[in-house]
Ligand binder design. Structure first.
Ligand code: SF4
Length: 188
């Protein structure tokens, strides 16, 4: 019988592996008593996606009392089969870091201070500035009289935290606005 690492931990935690492991001549009692002390005991497993690059490895977050108490690679995810690179392996410290920004922050031009704003304020302000910039700088014909319909005054940088589907929608929106200057930060 083949067991995945996840199956093994589940069996050890529940004691259900007793017969199987005992049949193999393995003393499961040590593993079982260790599993009972694990910080993930009684935690809820939530599958999430590493945000650090476009490989998008799945990881398991163990949640207890509303707090993530542990993270590990998801062996059920066929691309990485439970493996995480050095960045993904630090997920836990990123999630619980006191440096983590959890609310929208805005720094006004020439200001040295960040102000907390609502998401709706951010979206409305961005939309207003994009519209104003486009209205001011959109070029429909070039000097030779050729139709170009482009907006050189804006640049878009994509993020590794976007999925393929989000990238597709964003690029279509950029093209619709006439933006021709864009790049993407995704990397492996
Ligand atoms: S390769 Fe590393 S950074 Fe990229 S998604 Fe997987 S764990 Fe995250």
């Amino acid at each position: 019988m083949n067991y995945s690492r996840r199956d093994f931990l589940k069996m050890a935690g529940a004691g259900a592996g007793a017969l199987a492991l005992g049949g193999l001549g393995i003393n499961y009692l040590v593993t079982e008593s260790y599993a009972k002390k694990l910080k993930i005991k009684g935690a809820k497993e939530v599958i999430s996606i590493c945000p650090f690059c476009s490989v998008s490895c799945h990881f398991i977050a163990h949640v207890k009392g509303g707090q993530v108490v542990s993270t590990e690679g998801d062996p059920g995810y066929p691309i990485s089969e439970g493996a995480l690179c050095a960045k993904g392996a630090t997920m836990m410290s990123m999630i619980n870091s006191h440096h983590r920004v959890t609310k929208p922050l805005y720094r006004a031009p020439y200001s040295d201070k960040w102000e907390e704003k609502s998401y709706s304020w951010m979206v409305e302000t961005l939309a207003r500035r994009i519209k104003d910039t486009r209205d001011k700088h959109f070029v429909s014909t070039n000097e030779a009289g050729q139709k170009v319909n482009r907006l050189d005054a804006m640049f878009h940088a994509g993020s590794s935290q976007m999925s393929n589907e989000e990238c597709s929608i964003v690029v279509q929106a950029q093209r619709a606005l006439g933006i021709v200057n864009f790049d993407h930060q995704a990397r492996i």
